[in-house]
Design a protein around this ligand. Structure first.
Ligand SMILES: [Zn+2]
Length: 427
Protein backbone atom coordinates (compact mmCIF):
# COMPACT_ATOMS: atom_id res chain seq x y z
CA UNK A 1 0.00 0.00 0.00
CA UNK A 2 1.33 3.48 -0.81
CA UNK A 3 1.63 5.62 2.27
CA UNK A 4 -0.99 8.19 3.17
CA UNK A 5 -0.11 11.65 4.39
CA UNK A 6 -1.84 14.09 6.72
CA UNK A 7 -1.27 17.85 6.84
CA UNK A 8 -1.98 18.31 10.52
CA UNK A 9 -3.30 21.27 12.48
CA UNK A 10 -3.47 23.92 9.75
CA UNK A 11 -6.02 26.50 8.72
CA UNK A 12 -7.40 25.58 5.29
CA UNK A 13 -7.81 28.65 3.06
CA UNK A 14 -9.50 28.23 -0.31
CA UNK A 15 -11.85 30.13 -2.62
CA UNK A 16 -14.91 29.20 -0.57
CA UNK A 17 -13.46 30.47 2.69
CA UNK A 18 -11.45 29.05 5.55
CA UNK A 19 -11.70 26.55 8.41
CA UNK A 20 -9.39 24.64 10.70
CA UNK A 21 -8.98 21.08 9.42
CA UNK A 22 -6.53 18.26 8.85
CA UNK A 23 -6.12 17.17 5.23
CA UNK A 24 -5.37 13.55 4.32
CA UNK A 25 -3.81 12.70 0.97
CA UNK A 26 -3.43 9.29 -0.62
CA UNK A 27 -2.61 8.06 -4.12
CA UNK A 28 -2.46 11.57 -5.52
CA UNK A 29 -5.80 12.75 -4.20
CA UNK A 30 -7.31 14.41 -1.17
CA UNK A 31 -9.22 11.65 0.64
CA UNK A 32 -10.41 13.31 3.85
CA UNK A 33 -10.71 16.82 5.34
CA UNK A 34 -11.76 17.29 8.94
CA UNK A 35 -10.75 17.31 12.59
CA UNK A 36 -8.41 14.77 14.23
CA UNK A 37 -7.44 12.77 11.15
CA UNK A 38 -4.49 10.39 11.01
CA UNK A 39 -2.36 8.79 8.30
CA UNK A 40 0.89 6.85 7.82
CA UNK A 41 2.90 10.06 7.71
CA UNK A 42 2.29 13.39 9.45
CA UNK A 43 3.41 16.78 8.17
CA UNK A 44 2.95 19.45 10.81
CA UNK A 45 0.91 22.43 9.62
CA UNK A 46 0.44 24.02 13.05
CA UNK A 47 0.25 27.82 12.84
CA UNK A 48 0.20 27.51 9.06
CA UNK A 49 -2.23 27.92 6.20
CA UNK A 50 -3.03 24.91 4.02
CA UNK A 51 -4.05 26.13 0.57
CA UNK A 52 -4.42 24.97 -3.01
CA UNK A 53 -0.96 25.05 -4.57
CA UNK A 54 0.16 28.24 -6.30
CA UNK A 55 -0.04 28.44 -10.10
CA UNK A 56 2.44 30.51 -12.12
CA UNK A 57 1.28 31.65 -15.54
CA UNK A 58 4.69 32.97 -16.53
CA UNK A 59 7.90 31.04 -15.96
CA UNK A 60 10.92 30.68 -18.21
CA UNK A 61 12.31 27.17 -17.70
CA UNK A 62 14.81 27.54 -20.59
CA UNK A 63 14.47 23.96 -21.83
CA UNK A 64 14.93 23.00 -24.59
CA UNK A 65 18.04 24.84 -25.63
CA UNK A 66 19.34 26.92 -22.73
CA UNK A 67 19.91 24.24 -20.13
CA UNK A 68 22.98 26.00 -18.74
CA UNK A 69 20.58 28.66 -17.34
CA UNK A 70 17.77 26.36 -16.17
CA UNK A 71 16.11 23.03 -16.86
CA UNK A 72 12.56 21.92 -16.38
CA UNK A 73 13.79 19.90 -13.41
CA UNK A 74 15.65 22.76 -11.68
CA UNK A 75 12.98 25.32 -12.51
CA UNK A 76 10.26 23.04 -11.17
CA UNK A 77 12.30 22.61 -7.97
CA UNK A 78 12.35 26.41 -7.57
CA UNK A 79 8.60 26.39 -8.19
CA UNK A 80 7.93 23.71 -5.57
CA UNK A 81 10.07 25.59 -3.03
CA UNK A 82 7.97 28.66 -3.77
CA UNK A 83 4.70 26.81 -3.13
CA UNK A 84 3.78 26.34 -6.79
CA UNK A 85 2.20 23.09 -7.91
CA UNK A 86 1.88 24.20 -11.54
CA UNK A 87 3.74 26.51 -13.86
CA UNK A 88 3.08 27.56 -17.43
CA UNK A 89 6.41 27.40 -19.25
CA UNK A 90 7.05 30.20 -21.71
CA UNK A 91 7.77 29.19 -25.32
CA UNK A 92 10.85 31.35 -25.95
CA UNK A 93 13.09 28.31 -25.86
CA UNK A 94 15.44 27.03 -28.56
CA UNK A 95 13.67 25.85 -30.60
CA UNK A 96 10.57 27.83 -29.68
CA UNK A 97 7.55 25.86 -28.49
CA UNK A 98 5.66 26.46 -31.72
CA UNK A 99 4.72 22.95 -32.88
CA UNK A 100 3.25 19.72 -31.64
CA UNK A 101 6.72 18.13 -31.67
CA UNK A 102 8.23 20.64 -29.23
CA UNK A 103 5.10 20.62 -27.05
CA UNK A 104 5.48 16.83 -26.78
CA UNK A 105 9.18 17.17 -25.95
CA UNK A 106 8.43 19.56 -23.07
CA UNK A 107 5.55 17.39 -21.83
CA UNK A 108 7.91 14.40 -21.85
CA UNK A 109 10.61 16.29 -19.88
CA UNK A 110 7.92 17.53 -17.47
CA UNK A 111 7.20 13.98 -16.28
CA UNK A 112 10.23 14.20 -13.99
CA UNK A 113 9.39 17.69 -12.71
CA UNK A 114 8.54 18.52 -9.09
CA UNK A 115 5.30 20.22 -10.14
CA UNK A 116 2.98 20.21 -13.12
CA UNK A 117 4.63 21.96 -16.07
CA UNK A 118 2.30 23.11 -18.84
CA UNK A 119 3.98 24.41 -21.99
CA UNK A 120 2.62 27.62 -23.48
CA UNK A 121 2.63 27.65 -27.26
CA UNK A 122 3.95 30.46 -29.42
CA UNK A 123 1.39 32.53 -31.34
CA UNK A 124 3.64 32.84 -34.38
CA UNK A 125 6.13 30.44 -35.98
CA UNK A 126 9.50 30.83 -34.30
CA UNK A 127 8.01 33.80 -32.39
CA UNK A 128 9.06 35.75 -35.47
CA UNK A 129 5.75 37.59 -35.70
CA UNK A 130 5.27 36.74 -39.37
CA UNK A 131 2.80 33.85 -39.62
CA UNK A 132 0.53 31.99 -37.26
CA UNK A 133 1.89 28.92 -35.49
CA UNK A 134 -0.26 25.77 -35.63
CA UNK A 135 -2.38 26.67 -32.61
CA UNK A 136 -4.92 23.90 -33.24
CA UNK A 137 -2.42 21.05 -33.16
CA UNK A 138 -0.87 22.41 -29.96
CA UNK A 139 -4.30 22.91 -28.38
CA UNK A 140 -5.05 19.30 -29.29
CA UNK A 141 -2.14 18.30 -26.99
CA UNK A 142 -3.53 20.36 -24.12
CA UNK A 143 -1.92 23.76 -24.66
CA UNK A 144 -4.36 26.41 -23.46
CA UNK A 145 -2.20 29.55 -23.34
CA UNK A 146 -0.40 31.01 -26.33
CA UNK A 147 2.13 33.84 -26.29
CA UNK A 148 5.21 35.07 -28.15
CA UNK A 149 6.53 36.26 -24.76
CA UNK A 150 9.89 37.93 -24.92
CA UNK A 151 8.32 40.07 -27.59
CA UNK A 152 4.79 41.13 -28.43
CA UNK A 153 3.10 40.36 -31.73
CA UNK A 154 3.77 43.61 -33.61
CA UNK A 155 1.61 43.21 -36.71
CA UNK A 156 -1.92 44.46 -35.96
CA UNK A 157 -3.61 42.39 -38.63
CA UNK A 158 -1.75 39.20 -37.69
CA UNK A 159 -2.80 39.68 -34.06
CA UNK A 160 -6.38 40.14 -35.17
CA UNK A 161 -6.17 36.92 -37.20
CA UNK A 162 -4.64 35.08 -34.23
CA UNK A 163 -7.55 36.18 -32.04
CA UNK A 164 -10.15 35.21 -34.65
CA UNK A 165 -8.48 31.83 -35.07
CA UNK A 166 -8.28 31.27 -31.30
CA UNK A 167 -11.97 32.04 -30.86
CA UNK A 168 -12.81 29.37 -33.46
CA UNK A 169 -10.83 26.57 -31.82
CA UNK A 170 -12.80 23.76 -30.20
CA UNK A 171 -10.78 24.29 -26.99
CA UNK A 172 -11.08 27.34 -24.73
CA UNK A 173 -7.69 29.00 -25.11
CA UNK A 174 -6.26 32.37 -24.12
CA UNK A 175 -3.84 34.57 -26.02
CA UNK A 176 -1.31 36.11 -23.65
CA UNK A 177 0.67 39.12 -24.73
CA UNK A 178 4.02 40.62 -23.81
CA UNK A 179 2.83 44.16 -24.48
CA UNK A 180 5.69 46.05 -26.07
CA UNK A 181 5.71 48.13 -29.20
CA UNK A 182 9.14 47.21 -30.56
CA UNK A 183 9.70 50.46 -32.43
CA UNK A 184 8.88 52.64 -29.44
CA UNK A 185 10.99 50.46 -27.14
CA UNK A 186 13.92 50.01 -29.53
CA UNK A 187 17.33 50.51 -27.98
CA UNK A 188 16.01 51.05 -24.45
CA UNK A 189 17.63 49.19 -21.55
CA UNK A 190 15.51 50.59 -18.69
CA UNK A 191 12.49 52.80 -18.08
CA UNK A 192 12.68 56.14 -19.89
CA UNK A 193 12.47 58.78 -17.19
CA UNK A 194 14.33 60.55 -14.45
CA UNK A 195 16.83 57.76 -13.79
CA UNK A 196 17.60 56.95 -17.43
CA UNK A 197 18.40 60.65 -17.92
CA UNK A 198 20.62 60.78 -14.85
CA UNK A 199 22.43 57.58 -15.79
CA UNK A 200 22.75 58.47 -19.46
CA UNK A 201 21.09 55.19 -20.41
CA UNK A 202 18.68 54.79 -23.31
CA UNK A 203 15.17 54.10 -22.02
CA UNK A 204 11.83 52.61 -23.07
CA UNK A 205 8.85 54.92 -22.56
CA UNK A 206 5.76 53.67 -20.72
CA UNK A 207 3.87 54.33 -23.95
CA UNK A 208 5.69 51.42 -25.65
CA UNK A 209 3.75 49.10 -23.32
CA UNK A 210 0.51 51.06 -23.21
CA UNK A 211 0.21 51.33 -27.01
CA UNK A 212 0.05 47.55 -27.31
CA UNK A 213 -2.25 47.14 -24.30
CA UNK A 214 -4.66 49.59 -25.95
CA UNK A 215 -4.42 47.86 -29.33
CA UNK A 216 -5.05 44.41 -27.90
CA UNK A 217 -8.03 45.64 -25.88
CA UNK A 218 -9.47 47.02 -29.12
CA UNK A 219 -8.81 43.72 -30.91
CA UNK A 220 -10.32 41.72 -28.04
CA UNK A 221 -13.46 43.84 -28.37
CA UNK A 222 -13.49 43.28 -32.13
CA UNK A 223 -12.97 39.53 -32.04
CA UNK A 224 -14.38 38.37 -28.70
CA UNK A 225 -11.08 36.62 -27.95
CA UNK A 226 -10.02 36.00 -24.36
CA UNK A 227 -6.76 37.92 -23.81
CA UNK A 228 -4.27 37.88 -20.94
CA UNK A 229 -1.95 40.86 -20.51
CA UNK A 230 1.44 39.81 -19.20
CA UNK A 231 3.52 41.73 -16.65
CA UNK A 232 1.69 45.06 -16.55
CA UNK A 233 4.16 47.66 -15.34
CA UNK A 234 2.77 51.17 -15.82
CA UNK A 235 -0.03 53.19 -14.23
CA UNK A 236 -1.43 53.79 -17.71
CA UNK A 237 -1.58 50.05 -18.47
CA UNK A 238 -3.37 49.37 -15.18
CA UNK A 239 -5.95 52.06 -16.00
CA UNK A 240 -6.52 50.65 -19.51
CA UNK A 241 -7.00 47.12 -18.19
CA UNK A 242 -9.30 48.27 -15.38
CA UNK A 243 -11.52 50.13 -17.86
CA UNK A 244 -11.58 47.18 -20.28
CA UNK A 245 -12.54 44.74 -17.53
CA UNK A 246 -15.18 47.13 -16.22
CA UNK A 247 -16.68 47.23 -19.72
CA UNK A 248 -17.11 43.46 -19.57
CA UNK A 249 -14.29 42.30 -21.86
CA UNK A 250 -12.75 38.88 -21.13
CA UNK A 251 -9.38 40.33 -20.22
CA UNK A 252 -7.11 39.13 -17.46
CA UNK A 253 -3.81 40.70 -16.48
CA UNK A 254 -0.80 39.96 -14.34
CA UNK A 255 1.54 41.85 -12.05
CA UNK A 256 4.99 40.50 -11.26
CA UNK A 257 6.52 40.54 -7.77
CA UNK A 258 9.34 42.80 -8.94
CA UNK A 259 6.97 45.39 -10.42
CA UNK A 260 5.21 45.39 -7.03
CA UNK A 261 8.41 46.09 -5.13
CA UNK A 262 11.25 47.65 -7.13
CA UNK A 263 11.60 50.97 -8.98
CA UNK A 264 13.93 52.22 -11.71
CA UNK A 265 16.07 53.79 -8.99
CA UNK A 266 17.53 50.28 -8.49
CA UNK A 267 19.26 50.66 -11.86
CA UNK A 268 21.47 53.41 -10.40
CA UNK A 269 23.77 50.61 -9.19
CA UNK A 270 24.26 49.55 -12.83
CA UNK A 271 23.79 46.01 -11.50
CA UNK A 272 22.36 44.00 -14.41
CA UNK A 273 20.29 41.93 -11.96
CA UNK A 274 17.85 44.87 -12.07
CA UNK A 275 17.57 44.81 -15.86
CA UNK A 276 14.20 43.32 -16.74
CA UNK A 277 11.63 43.60 -19.49
CA UNK A 278 9.30 45.43 -19.09
CA UNK A 279 11.68 47.59 -17.06
CA UNK A 280 11.33 48.65 -13.44
CA UNK A 281 9.30 51.85 -13.46
CA UNK A 282 8.57 54.83 -11.20
CA UNK A 283 7.22 54.91 -7.65
CA UNK A 284 3.87 56.08 -9.05
CA UNK A 285 3.78 53.06 -11.36
CA UNK A 286 4.61 50.67 -8.50
CA UNK A 287 1.81 52.23 -6.44
CA UNK A 288 -0.60 51.84 -9.37
CA UNK A 289 0.35 48.18 -9.90
CA UNK A 290 -0.19 47.52 -6.18
CA UNK A 291 -3.60 49.25 -6.34
CA UNK A 292 -4.44 47.27 -9.47
CA UNK A 293 -3.72 44.01 -7.67
CA UNK A 294 -5.65 45.15 -4.60
CA UNK A 295 -8.78 46.17 -6.53
CA UNK A 296 -8.61 43.15 -8.84
CA UNK A 297 -7.93 44.92 -12.14
CA UNK A 298 -4.72 42.90 -12.16
CA UNK A 299 -6.24 39.54 -11.20
CA UNK A 300 -3.07 37.45 -11.38
CA UNK A 301 0.40 37.63 -9.83
CA UNK A 302 2.90 35.82 -12.07
CA UNK A 303 6.63 35.55 -11.59
CA UNK A 304 8.27 36.05 -15.00
CA UNK A 305 11.00 33.82 -13.48
CA UNK A 306 13.79 34.44 -16.01
CA UNK A 307 17.07 32.66 -15.25
CA UNK A 308 20.29 33.77 -16.91
CA UNK A 309 23.70 32.29 -16.26
CA UNK A 310 26.15 34.35 -14.19
CA UNK A 311 28.27 34.72 -17.33
CA UNK A 312 25.41 36.27 -19.28
CA UNK A 313 24.39 38.57 -16.43
CA UNK A 314 28.00 39.59 -15.83
CA UNK A 315 27.91 41.85 -18.89
CA UNK A 316 27.58 45.63 -18.57
CA UNK A 317 23.99 46.78 -17.92
CA UNK A 318 23.31 47.77 -21.53
CA UNK A 319 24.55 44.43 -22.86
CA UNK A 320 23.19 41.99 -20.27
CA UNK A 321 19.97 40.09 -21.08
CA UNK A 322 16.83 41.22 -19.23
CA UNK A 323 15.31 38.98 -16.56
CA UNK A 324 15.42 37.99 -12.89
CA UNK A 325 14.57 34.94 -10.81
CA UNK A 326 11.19 34.84 -9.11
CA UNK A 327 9.64 31.47 -8.29
CA UNK A 328 11.07 31.09 -4.78
CA UNK A 329 10.42 34.70 -3.77
CA UNK A 330 7.05 35.55 -5.32
CA UNK A 331 4.83 34.68 -2.36
CA UNK A 332 7.19 36.38 0.11
CA UNK A 333 7.27 39.57 -1.95
CA UNK A 334 3.48 39.54 -2.41
CA UNK A 335 2.83 39.04 1.30
CA UNK A 336 5.42 41.69 2.18
CA UNK A 337 4.17 44.49 -0.07
CA UNK A 338 0.42 43.89 -0.37
CA UNK A 339 -1.91 44.93 2.40
CA UNK A 340 -4.41 42.21 1.53
CA UNK A 341 -5.90 39.25 3.41
CA UNK A 342 -4.03 36.04 2.62
CA UNK A 343 -7.07 34.64 0.82
CA UNK A 344 -6.96 37.57 -1.63
CA UNK A 345 -3.27 36.98 -2.31
CA UNK A 346 -3.99 33.28 -2.87
CA UNK A 347 -6.81 34.16 -5.27
CA UNK A 348 -4.27 35.98 -7.46
CA UNK A 349 -1.61 33.29 -7.14
CA UNK A 350 -3.67 30.09 -7.19
CA UNK A 351 -7.29 29.80 -8.24
CA UNK A 352 -7.44 32.81 -10.56
CA UNK A 353 -4.36 31.87 -12.63
CA UNK A 354 -5.56 28.26 -12.64
CA UNK A 355 -8.80 29.44 -14.26
CA UNK A 356 -6.98 31.65 -16.80
CA UNK A 357 -4.78 28.74 -17.89
CA UNK A 358 -7.63 26.23 -18.07
CA UNK A 359 -6.23 24.24 -15.15
CA UNK A 360 -9.13 24.58 -12.72
CA UNK A 361 -9.84 20.85 -12.90
CA UNK A 362 -6.52 20.00 -11.29
CA UNK A 363 -5.18 23.20 -9.71
CA UNK A 364 -6.45 25.94 -7.42
CA UNK A 365 -9.66 24.10 -6.64
CA UNK A 366 -11.50 23.33 -3.43
CA UNK A 367 -9.71 21.38 -0.70
CA UNK A 368 -12.14 18.47 -0.56
CA UNK A 369 -12.12 14.68 -0.95
CA UNK A 370 -11.69 13.48 -4.51
CA UNK A 371 -9.72 16.48 -5.70
CA UNK A 372 -6.12 16.11 -6.98
CA UNK A 373 -3.74 16.73 -4.06
CA UNK A 374 -1.97 19.91 -5.21
CA UNK A 375 -1.42 21.84 -1.98
CA UNK A 376 0.96 24.19 -0.27
CA UNK A 377 1.46 24.90 3.42
CA UNK A 378 2.43 28.48 4.20
CA UNK A 379 3.65 30.02 7.42
CA UNK A 380 2.26 33.54 6.92
CA UNK A 381 4.12 35.01 9.89
CA UNK A 382 7.59 33.62 9.18
CA UNK A 383 10.13 36.17 8.01
CA UNK A 384 13.36 35.35 6.23
CA UNK A 385 16.22 37.17 4.63
CA UNK A 386 17.12 36.34 1.03
CA UNK A 387 20.71 35.22 0.67
CA UNK A 388 22.83 35.31 -2.48
CA UNK A 389 22.87 31.92 -4.12
CA UNK A 390 20.00 30.61 -2.00
CA UNK A 391 18.06 29.17 -4.91
CA UNK A 392 17.57 25.81 -6.58
CA UNK A 393 17.96 27.54 -9.95
CA UNK A 394 20.97 26.96 -12.16
CA UNK A 395 21.19 30.74 -12.32
CA UNK A 396 21.88 33.33 -9.63
CA UNK A 397 20.12 36.50 -10.78
CA UNK A 398 18.15 37.18 -7.57
CA UNK A 399 17.12 40.85 -7.20
CA UNK A 400 16.11 40.53 -3.53
CA UNK A 401 19.41 39.61 -1.87
CA UNK A 402 19.56 41.08 1.64
CA UNK A 403 15.82 41.81 1.80
CA UNK A 404 13.66 40.39 4.53
CA UNK A 405 10.43 38.87 3.24
CA UNK A 406 7.33 37.89 5.15
CA UNK A 407 5.62 34.55 4.69
CA UNK A 408 7.34 31.34 3.85
CA UNK A 409 6.42 28.06 2.20
CA UNK A 410 6.81 25.16 4.59
CA UNK A 411 5.53 22.16 2.61
CA UNK A 412 4.43 21.58 -0.97
CA UNK A 413 2.43 18.56 -2.06
CA UNK A 414 2.28 18.03 -5.82
CA UNK A 415 0.02 15.30 -7.22
CA UNK A 416 0.03 13.77 -3.75
CA UNK A 417 3.81 13.74 -3.39
CA UNK A 418 5.42 15.79 -0.62
CA UNK A 419 8.00 17.47 -2.88
CA UNK A 420 8.97 20.08 -0.27
CA UNK A 421 9.01 19.29 3.45
CA UNK A 422 9.99 21.91 6.05
CA UNK A 423 11.34 24.13 3.31
CA UNK A 424 13.59 21.45 1.81
CA UNK A 425 13.08 19.96 -1.64
CA UNK A 426 12.78 16.19 -1.33
CA UNK A 427 14.35 15.40 -4.70
ZN1 LIG B 1 7.59 39.08 -21.21
Amino acid sequence: MPESLVLKGGRVVEQAGERVADVVVSEGRIVAVGPDLSADRVLDAGGCVVAPGLVDLHAHLRQPGQEEAETIETGSRCAALGGFTAVVAMPNTTPAIDSAAVVREVQELARAALCAVHPAGAITVGRAGERLAPLAEMAELGVRLFTDDGTGVQDDLLMRRAMEYAVGLPHDVVLAQHCENAELAAGGHMHEGEWSSRLGMAGQPSEAEEAMVARDIALARLTGCRVHMQHMSTAGSVALVAAARASGLAISAEATPHHLLLTHAACASFDPVFKVNPPLRTEEDVAAVRRGVADGALDVIATDHAPHTPDAKDEPFDQAPPGMLGLEFALGVALSVLDLPLGEVLARMSWRPAAVAGLAGTQGGPVEPGRPANLCVIDPEASWTVEAGATASRSRNIPYVGRTLKGRVRHTVSAGEPVVVDGVAQR
